[in-house]
Design a protein around this ligand. Structure first.
Ligand code: ZN
Ligand code: ZN
Length: 274
Protein backbone atom coordinates (compact mmCIF):
# COMPACT_ATOMS: atom_id res chain seq x y z
CA UNK A 1 0.00 0.00 0.00
CA UNK A 2 1.34 3.39 -0.93
CA UNK A 3 0.24 6.06 1.56
CA UNK A 4 -2.43 5.62 4.15
CA UNK A 5 -4.83 8.56 4.22
CA UNK A 6 -7.81 8.90 6.52
CA UNK A 7 -10.53 6.33 6.00
CA UNK A 8 -8.30 3.67 4.44
CA UNK A 9 -9.69 0.88 6.60
CA UNK A 10 -13.26 1.83 5.69
CA UNK A 11 -12.45 1.91 1.99
CA UNK A 12 -10.66 -1.43 2.23
CA UNK A 13 -13.67 -3.01 3.91
CA UNK A 14 -16.03 -1.53 1.31
CA UNK A 15 -13.76 -2.88 -1.43
CA UNK A 16 -13.81 -6.27 0.36
CA UNK A 17 -10.04 -6.26 0.62
CA UNK A 18 -8.83 -8.50 3.42
CA UNK A 19 -7.07 -6.76 6.30
CA UNK A 20 -5.34 -10.04 7.06
CA UNK A 21 -3.51 -10.13 3.78
CA UNK A 22 0.24 -10.05 3.44
CA UNK A 23 1.01 -6.38 3.23
CA UNK A 24 3.59 -3.62 3.48
CA UNK A 25 2.81 0.07 3.72
CA UNK A 26 4.99 2.75 2.14
CA UNK A 27 4.30 6.30 3.32
CA UNK A 28 5.60 9.16 1.18
CA UNK A 29 5.55 11.95 3.77
CA UNK A 30 4.12 13.02 7.09
CA UNK A 31 1.22 15.18 5.90
CA UNK A 32 -2.07 14.10 7.40
CA UNK A 33 -3.73 13.08 4.16
CA UNK A 34 -0.98 10.47 3.68
CA UNK A 35 -0.50 9.09 7.16
CA UNK A 36 -3.58 9.63 9.36
CA UNK A 37 -5.20 6.42 8.18
CA UNK A 38 -2.53 4.33 9.92
CA UNK A 39 -3.92 4.39 13.49
CA UNK A 40 -7.41 3.39 12.33
CA UNK A 41 -6.06 0.72 10.04
CA UNK A 42 -3.87 -0.80 12.78
CA UNK A 43 -6.79 -0.81 15.20
CA UNK A 44 -9.19 -2.40 12.72
CA UNK A 45 -6.59 -5.04 11.88
CA UNK A 46 -6.36 -5.79 15.61
CA UNK A 47 -10.15 -6.11 15.89
CA UNK A 48 -9.96 -8.65 13.08
CA UNK A 49 -7.20 -10.54 14.92
CA UNK A 50 -4.55 -10.05 12.31
CA UNK A 51 -1.48 -12.12 13.10
CA UNK A 52 0.77 -11.49 10.12
CA UNK A 53 3.56 -8.98 10.56
CA UNK A 54 3.05 -5.56 9.00
CA UNK A 55 5.99 -3.55 7.70
CA UNK A 56 5.64 0.21 7.56
CA UNK A 57 8.17 2.24 5.58
CA UNK A 58 8.27 6.00 5.74
CA UNK A 59 10.15 9.22 6.35
CA UNK A 60 11.90 10.11 9.60
CA UNK A 61 9.47 10.62 12.53
CA UNK A 62 6.99 8.01 11.38
CA UNK A 63 8.19 5.93 14.31
CA UNK A 64 7.54 8.82 16.76
CA UNK A 65 4.07 9.20 15.28
CA UNK A 66 3.16 5.55 15.74
CA UNK A 67 4.73 5.41 19.21
CA UNK A 68 2.66 8.45 20.26
CA UNK A 69 -0.51 6.70 19.09
CA UNK A 70 0.48 3.54 20.92
CA UNK A 71 1.10 5.40 24.17
CA UNK A 72 -2.00 7.55 24.09
CA UNK A 73 -4.64 5.38 22.45
CA UNK A 74 -4.59 2.14 24.41
CA UNK A 75 -5.03 -0.92 22.27
CA UNK A 76 -2.85 -4.01 22.18
CA UNK A 77 -1.86 -5.02 18.68
CA UNK A 78 -2.46 -8.65 17.79
CA UNK A 79 0.43 -8.60 15.29
CA UNK A 80 3.97 -7.28 15.06
CA UNK A 81 4.57 -3.96 13.32
CA UNK A 82 8.04 -3.28 12.03
CA UNK A 83 8.77 0.34 11.23
CA UNK A 84 11.46 1.22 8.73
CA UNK A 85 12.42 4.88 8.71
CA UNK A 86 14.02 5.74 5.40
CA UNK A 87 17.39 7.33 5.94
CA UNK A 88 18.55 7.57 2.39
CA UNK A 89 17.05 6.95 -1.06
CA UNK A 90 17.68 3.65 -2.86
CA UNK A 91 16.28 0.16 -2.45
CA UNK A 92 14.36 0.17 0.82
CA UNK A 93 12.74 -3.24 0.52
CA UNK A 94 14.17 -6.26 -1.30
CA UNK A 95 11.97 -9.33 -1.58
CA UNK A 96 12.28 -12.49 -3.64
CA UNK A 97 9.86 -11.36 -6.34
CA UNK A 98 10.11 -7.59 -6.20
CA UNK A 99 11.89 -4.64 -4.69
CA UNK A 100 10.80 -1.15 -3.74
CA UNK A 101 13.07 1.76 -4.52
CA UNK A 102 12.75 5.35 -3.51
CA UNK A 103 14.01 8.83 -4.37
CA UNK A 104 13.41 12.07 -2.57
CA UNK A 105 10.65 14.12 -4.20
CA UNK A 106 10.10 17.89 -4.18
CA UNK A 107 7.44 18.78 -1.65
CA UNK A 108 7.17 21.05 1.39
CA UNK A 109 8.48 18.42 3.77
CA UNK A 110 10.79 15.39 3.45
CA UNK A 111 8.97 13.26 0.92
CA UNK A 112 9.67 10.16 -1.14
CA UNK A 113 8.48 8.79 -4.47
CA UNK A 114 8.36 4.99 -4.70
CA UNK A 115 8.90 2.46 -7.45
CA UNK A 116 7.62 -1.08 -7.12
CA UNK A 117 9.83 -3.14 -9.40
CA UNK A 118 9.21 -6.82 -10.07
CA UNK A 119 12.21 -9.03 -10.68
CA UNK A 120 12.47 -10.80 -14.03
CA UNK A 121 10.35 -13.92 -14.30
CA UNK A 122 11.56 -17.11 -15.93
CA UNK A 123 10.34 -17.58 -19.50
CA UNK A 124 7.66 -20.09 -20.40
CA UNK A 125 8.68 -23.73 -20.06
CA UNK A 126 7.86 -26.03 -23.01
CA UNK A 127 7.30 -29.62 -21.83
CA UNK A 128 7.06 -30.87 -25.44
CA UNK A 129 10.53 -29.53 -26.23
CA UNK A 130 11.91 -31.18 -23.10
CA UNK A 131 10.35 -34.52 -24.07
CA UNK A 132 11.64 -34.23 -27.63
CA UNK A 133 15.16 -33.64 -26.29
CA UNK A 134 14.85 -36.76 -24.13
CA UNK A 135 14.81 -34.98 -20.78
CA UNK A 136 12.75 -37.16 -18.41
CA UNK A 137 9.94 -35.46 -16.53
CA UNK A 138 10.84 -34.93 -12.85
CA UNK A 139 13.59 -33.17 -10.90
CA UNK A 140 15.51 -32.26 -14.10
CA UNK A 141 12.53 -30.25 -15.37
CA UNK A 142 12.41 -28.37 -12.07
CA UNK A 143 16.12 -27.55 -12.25
CA UNK A 144 15.77 -26.20 -15.79
CA UNK A 145 12.78 -24.11 -14.72
CA UNK A 146 14.87 -22.62 -11.95
CA UNK A 147 17.50 -21.58 -14.48
CA UNK A 148 20.06 -24.35 -13.95
CA UNK A 149 21.70 -26.52 -16.61
CA UNK A 150 21.29 -30.27 -16.25
CA UNK A 151 23.26 -33.30 -17.38
CA UNK A 152 21.38 -36.21 -18.93
CA UNK A 153 22.31 -39.87 -18.34
CA UNK A 154 23.88 -39.96 -21.81
CA UNK A 155 26.22 -37.12 -20.78
CA UNK A 156 24.57 -34.41 -22.82
CA UNK A 157 24.17 -31.02 -21.08
CA UNK A 158 20.87 -29.18 -21.46
CA UNK A 159 20.52 -25.50 -20.79
CA UNK A 160 17.34 -23.69 -19.65
CA UNK A 161 17.14 -21.83 -22.97
CA UNK A 162 16.84 -25.19 -24.77
CA UNK A 163 13.38 -25.68 -23.29
CA UNK A 164 12.31 -22.22 -22.15
CA UNK A 165 11.51 -18.83 -23.63
CA UNK A 166 13.72 -15.88 -22.61
CA UNK A 167 13.08 -14.41 -19.14
CA UNK A 168 10.17 -11.95 -18.97
CA UNK A 169 10.66 -8.50 -17.50
CA UNK A 170 8.70 -7.80 -14.35
CA UNK A 171 6.39 -4.83 -14.04
CA UNK A 172 7.27 -1.41 -12.69
CA UNK A 173 4.80 0.87 -10.95
CA UNK A 174 5.85 4.34 -9.83
CA UNK A 175 3.97 6.43 -7.30
CA UNK A 176 5.12 10.01 -6.87
CA UNK A 177 3.30 11.09 -3.72
CA UNK A 178 3.02 14.88 -3.47
CA UNK A 179 5.60 16.61 -5.60
CA UNK A 180 6.52 19.31 -8.04
CA UNK A 181 7.87 17.99 -11.33
CA UNK A 182 11.62 17.35 -11.21
CA UNK A 183 14.19 15.95 -13.60
CA UNK A 184 15.30 12.90 -11.60
CA UNK A 185 11.70 11.65 -11.52
CA UNK A 186 11.81 11.13 -15.30
CA UNK A 187 14.80 8.84 -14.88
CA UNK A 188 13.31 7.11 -11.85
CA UNK A 189 10.02 6.40 -13.65
CA UNK A 190 11.66 5.48 -16.94
CA UNK A 191 9.83 2.72 -18.79
CA UNK A 192 7.32 2.18 -15.98
CA UNK A 193 4.19 0.23 -16.81
CA UNK A 194 2.24 2.62 -14.65
CA UNK A 195 2.99 6.09 -13.30
CA UNK A 196 0.66 7.39 -10.58
CA UNK A 197 1.37 11.10 -10.39
CA UNK A 198 0.39 14.07 -8.25
CA UNK A 199 -2.04 16.31 -10.13
CA UNK A 200 -3.38 18.55 -7.38
CA UNK A 201 -4.10 21.79 -9.21
CA UNK A 202 -5.08 22.78 -12.74
CA UNK A 203 -2.92 24.75 -15.15
CA UNK A 204 -4.52 28.04 -14.05
CA UNK A 205 -2.96 27.51 -10.61
CA UNK A 206 0.44 26.31 -11.82
CA UNK A 207 2.21 28.99 -9.76
CA UNK A 208 0.44 27.93 -6.60
CA UNK A 209 1.13 24.27 -7.35
CA UNK A 210 4.84 25.08 -7.54
CA UNK A 211 4.71 27.05 -4.30
CA UNK A 212 3.03 24.19 -2.42
CA UNK A 213 5.07 21.39 -3.95
CA UNK A 214 2.43 19.94 -6.25
CA UNK A 215 1.96 19.30 -9.97
CA UNK A 216 -0.60 20.10 -12.65
CA UNK A 217 -2.05 17.51 -15.08
CA UNK A 218 0.04 18.78 -17.97
CA UNK A 219 3.23 18.63 -15.91
CA UNK A 220 2.42 15.04 -14.97
CA UNK A 221 1.74 14.24 -18.64
CA UNK A 222 5.08 15.74 -19.70
CA UNK A 223 6.91 13.63 -17.12
CA UNK A 224 5.03 10.54 -18.35
CA UNK A 225 6.01 11.32 -21.92
CA UNK A 226 9.68 11.94 -21.17
CA UNK A 227 9.86 8.86 -18.96
CA UNK A 228 8.28 6.78 -21.73
CA UNK A 229 5.88 5.14 -19.31
CA UNK A 230 3.00 3.05 -20.61
CA UNK A 231 0.15 4.55 -18.61
CA UNK A 232 -0.38 7.64 -16.47
CA UNK A 233 -2.88 8.01 -13.65
CA UNK A 234 -3.54 11.49 -12.28
CA UNK A 235 -4.26 11.53 -8.57
CA UNK A 236 -4.43 13.72 -5.42
CA UNK A 237 -6.82 16.07 -7.22
CA UNK A 238 -7.98 19.05 -5.22
CA UNK A 239 -11.59 18.87 -4.07
CA UNK A 240 -12.23 22.20 -5.77
CA UNK A 241 -12.47 20.33 -9.08
CA UNK A 242 -15.66 18.43 -9.71
CA UNK A 243 -15.17 17.90 -13.40
CA UNK A 244 -11.76 16.83 -14.64
CA UNK A 245 -12.75 16.11 -18.24
CA UNK A 246 -11.10 19.27 -19.59
CA UNK A 247 -7.88 18.39 -17.76
CA UNK A 248 -7.91 14.94 -19.17
CA UNK A 249 -8.41 16.23 -22.69
CA UNK A 250 -5.46 18.62 -22.34
CA UNK A 251 -3.19 16.08 -20.65
CA UNK A 252 -3.99 13.49 -23.32
CA UNK A 253 -2.72 15.89 -25.98
CA UNK A 254 0.68 15.54 -24.29
CA UNK A 255 0.43 11.91 -23.17
CA UNK A 256 -2.33 9.86 -24.71
CA UNK A 257 -2.67 7.00 -22.24
CA UNK A 258 -3.77 9.14 -19.29
CA UNK A 259 -6.64 8.55 -16.85
CA UNK A 260 -7.88 10.20 -13.66
CA UNK A 261 -7.87 8.11 -10.48
CA UNK A 262 -11.21 7.25 -8.92
CA UNK A 263 -12.18 5.60 -5.66
CA UNK A 264 -12.08 1.80 -5.95
CA UNK A 265 -10.50 2.00 -9.40
CA UNK A 266 -8.91 -1.27 -10.46
CA UNK A 267 -6.33 -1.47 -13.19
CA UNK A 268 -4.87 -4.47 -14.88
CA UNK A 269 -1.14 -4.09 -15.41
CA UNK A 270 -0.33 -6.83 -17.92
CA UNK A 271 2.99 -8.60 -18.07
CA UNK A 272 4.44 -7.62 -21.42
CA UNK A 273 6.99 -9.43 -23.50
CA UNK A 274 9.64 -6.74 -23.86
ZN1 ZN B 1 1.71 16.78 1.20
ZN1 ZN C 1 -1.20 15.28 0.09
Amino acid sequence: MFDCGEGVQRQMLLARESLNRKMKIFVTHMHGDHVLGLPGLLQTMTLLNREKKLDVFGPPRINDFLQAIKETVPFALTFPVEIHEIEKPGVVCDEKEYCVETIQSKHLTTSFAYAYVEKPRPGKFHPKKAEALGIPEGPLWGKLQRGQSVKLSNGRVMKPEDVMDPPRHGRKIVYTGDTRPFKLLEKFAFGADLLIHDSTLGEELAERAKEYGHSTPNQAARTAKRAKVKKLILTHISQRYEDTSVWLKEARKIFKNTAVAEDFMKLDVPLLEK
